[in-house]
Design a protein around this ligand. Structure first.
Ligand code: ADP
Ligand code: MG
Ligand code: ZN
Length: 603
């Protein structure tokens, strides 16, 4: 069998994606490899395909138990014998797994980094032939990455325990040049085949906005996404709990996930989401690394994350199936302060020296300001992210800046009027009065104090009151206007340049998102197929998307294959899936088509 046959037979795909071949070939020739590809690019296949073509075992080092469990059950569904060994398993389960390994029945062994150097695991490894070591989420080895895991440093010692060095391959989705160097150096990769694919995820739409009321904005988006599966990220457990209660009471199909919940509750909720029994999961960043759910249609960040690495990785969980998906970021409120708090009160890490800690703090502050600049900037969001990761690109046409959803407007004139009014009122008046004077409202109070006599009275009479207020709030926030404890307004020094020197002032404007969608799929058939898929999934005790991903299901509903041959040609239909599900799906399609013909006859 060759790599193309493995791809088709076990995974049901006909073509390798960009870059996959280059890495697979390197590994198969016994070389080391380093794959830096965005989330969803298909990194797993780069070691899973070679694993099926070498005679020995492939050891996969993976940071999270949930991640391992999902991958192993997905592989076993494809008839690829794999096991994991981790702390969530009982001694008996581990014993069974080891037996299978020693009998030579297992192609892939998934293991957590802290297990590698245990005498137990080393003794298992000494009895088998390990041809490939794959290090997934390899950025965990670097302090400059966003989830440093000191136990990843043991990987290089583990490699050295083999008399004959296996091919070592490492993969990550997040790597600034600094992290990339760390991975090569700390894992001691030997002249690896390097592949850095474009970080661009073309099917993702990016939007950043600062809603006045985040809850209202969130509901608007969730309504827009009805029927789609999505993640809402919050920066704290408390926020997750509150938002969950709120959305539940508003009738949304939600579940939640954070590290403060019991393990069983987390597992259950994750399954509710994976099995499409709940549409939305509200979660902290504890939810994610293990999520291989391919049909996530949107990721909304309810709070701004602390750095673009985290943001892009979390947002990147949308659209793994290649279909269009949306990444929406809400910022504002306490977001910056919360992140600053995290930076100033870091988790204790005894492995870091005081100097390390200081450097880390500085680094994280820099990262935070890049994150903020993403939100508030006026350049194409995609271009900004890509350039952060060292990649040049053009304006994308598919983000809120490019589509003009957010754009900046010149507010020099209203600023001058407002500032001038404040000067004339000599710092004695509140926001309310300043607004009324600008609007030209003849209230009793204004008449009595003759404020209608000043020059800026009615200067903004044709502007809506709410807009005048919004402008004032904006200038307060930006440090142009000062509001004292009694809410009386005066000017800060920097507003003088606008008032007297004609300095231009621009501000970001946001319109509301209104997106329509047009499918030409046979929706009725799709609904029936989804039901059928759920039944199959329940029987096999796996999430729906492991039977067929949404993308595959939609292809089936479009193409309506009536023969096994035609069915086999649909992307995502592997040989084992054809055997398991082909006949029953075709039966359903036939039934549906017959019913349609009957209906037409009767009309
Ligand atoms: P990554 O680890 O890079 O984030 P995964 O390995 O989890 O991505 O793959 C993401 C999705 O892409 C999976 O659903 C996988 O089955 C699919 N995929 C991978 N390679 C191919 C391919 N050559 N053709 C079609 N789909 C693929
Ligand atoms: Mg992966
Ligand atoms: Zn753009």
């Amino acid at each position: 069998m060759d790599k193309h046959e493995v791809l088709k037979k076990y995974f049901g795909y006909t073509e390798f994606r960009k870059g996959q071949l280059q890495l697979i070939d390197a590994v198969l020739s016994g070389r080391d490899a380093l794959g830096i590809m965005p989330t969803g690019a298909g990194k797993s296949l780069c070691y899973q395909v070679p694993a099926m073509l070498v005679s020995g075992v492939t050891v996969v080092i993976s940071p999270l138990i949930s991640l391992m469990k999902d991958q192993v059950s997905a592989l076993n569904q494809c008839n690829i014998p794999s096991v994991c060994i981790n702390t969530s398993m009982t001694a008996d389960e581990i014993g069974d797994a080891v037996k299978e390994i020693l009998r030579g029945r297992v192609k892939l062994v998934y293991v957590a980094p802290e297990r590698l150097m245990t005498p137990f695991f080393l003794s298992v490894c000494s009895k088998i032939k390990v041809d490939i070591i794959a290090v997934d989420e390899a950025h965990c080895v670097s302090q400059w990455g966003q989830d440093f895991r000191p136990s990843y440093l043991e990987v290089r010692d583990f490699i050295k325990t083999f008399p004959e060095r296996p091919a070592v391959c490492a993969f990550t989705a997040t790597a600034t040049p600094r992290v990339r160097e760390d991975i090569e150096r700390l894992l001691e990769l030997e002249n690896p085949e390097r592949l850095v694919t474009s970080f661009d995820r073309e099917n993702l739409y990016f939007e950043a906005l600062k809603p006045k009321d985040k809850r209202i904005a969130l509901k608007r988006y969730l309504d827009l996404y009805t029927g789609k599966s999505g993640i809402v990220y919050c920066s704290s457990r408390k926020c997750v709990d509150e938002l969950y209660e709120y959305l539940l009471s508003e009738g949304y199909s939600v579940t939640k996930y954070h590290a403060g919940m019991s393990k069983s509750e987390r597992v259950r909720n994750q399954e509710l989401f994976s099995y499409d029994e709940r549409e939305i999961i509200i979660a902290t960043n504890a939810f994610g690394m293990g999520i291989d759910k391919s049909n996530v249609g949107f990721v909304i960040h309810y709070n701004m994350p602390g750095d673009l690495e985290s943001y892009y990785q979390e947002a990147g969980r949308a659209g793994r199936d290649g279909r269009n998906a949306d990444c929406i970021l809400f910022y504002g409120g306490n977001d910056v302060r919360i992140q600053q708090f995290f930076i100033n009160n870091p988790e204790d890490n005894p492995e870091l020296s005081e100097k390390d800690k200081r450097n880390l703090r500085q680094l994280r502050l820099e990262k935070l300001s890049s994150m903020l600049a993403y939100c508030e900037g006026e350049i194409c969001l995609r271009k900004y992210i890509l350039s952060y990761f060292g990649q040049k690109s053009e304006n994308c046409g598919n983000c809120s800046v490019c589509t003009g959803l957010t754009s900046s407007i010149d507010v020099t004139e209203p600023a001058q009027k407002i500032f001038s009014c404040i000067v004339r009122l000599k710092g004695k008046e509140t926001k309310r009065t300043v607004c009324d004077v600008l609007k030209g409202k003849l209230t009793e109070d204004i008449e009595k104090r003759e404020l209608d006599k000043i020059k800026t009275f009615g200067a903004m009479s044709d502007t809506a009151e709410s807009i005048i207020e919004e402008h004032i709030d904006y200038f307060i926030e930006r440090g142009y206007i000062k509001a004292d404890e009694k809410n009386r307004l005066t000017l800060f020094e920097k507003s003088k340049a606008v008032l007297f020197e004609g300095r231009q002032l621009r501000r970001l404007r946001q319109r509301t998102a209104e997106k329509s969608e047009g499918h030409r799929t046979d929706v009725m058939l799709l609904i029936k197929l989804k039901k059928l898929r759920s039944q199959c999934a329940k029987k096999a005790s796996v999430p729906d998307f492991i039977v067929f991903t949404d993308a595959t299901l939609i292809s089936i509903a479009k193409i309506k294959p009536r023969t096994l041959d035609r069915f086999a040609k649909i992307p995502g239909v592997s040989l084992s899936k054809l055997e398991k599900y082909g006949v029953i799906f075709i039966r359903e399609i036939n039934k549906h088509c017959k019913e349609n013909i009957e209906k037409r006859k009767n009309n």
